[in-house]
Design a protein around this ligand. Structure first.
Ligand SMILES: [Zn+2]
Ligand SMILES: [Zn+2]
Length: 142
């Protein structure tokens, strides 16, 4: 049976359910993620968009799409980030703390060329993102 994981935004108004396991777990250092989150980097669980659904509080889910690429979704009640859909790729990033039942076992750092907080954890550091997703696939030293 496929595993289902449930989670909520910071206040609990929005509930989501993700099915299966993340395709990728890691960190993004890009300027957009940093600016949006107010943090020096942001972490993600990457899922196929069809495997993540909002099960409660869809009316509280606010959306902001600055570039046409990333559909950022947050709770309008608490302001907590929930997820970011990438419609062109059919993928959705979920903020790891939103799904506490999924083990956070990161394997990769994305957009490391833009990093302001170097992380020496021995994981792969990609200049931008993987070649199979249209990136350069180039790696950078820590
Ligand atoms: Zn909330
Ligand atoms: Zn990013």
């Amino acid at each position: 049976m496929t595993e289902k994981h449930r989670g909520t935004c910071f206040c609990g108004a929005v509930e989501i359910e993700a099915t299966g396991t993340p395709l990728e777990i890691g960190y993004c250092h890009c300027a957009s993620c940093r600016h949006y989150s107010g943090a020096p980097l942001s972490a993600f669980f990457l899922w196929r968009t069809e495997d993540v659904r909002v099960t409660k509080g869809a009316e509280s889910l606010g959306r902001f799409n600055k570039t046409g690429m990333s559909d950022r979704q947050h709770c309008m009640r608490c302001g907590g980030h929930v997820m970011t859909a990438h419609p062109a790729m059919g993928l959705t990033d979920v903020r790891p703390p939103v799904l506490p039942g999924v083990a956070f076992e990161p394997t990769v750092h994305l957009h490391y060329a833009e990093a302001v907080l170097p992380i020496k954890d021995g994981l792969t550091k990609l200049r931008d993102f993987p070649s199979h997703a249209g990136g350069s696939g180039e790696t950078l030293p820590e």
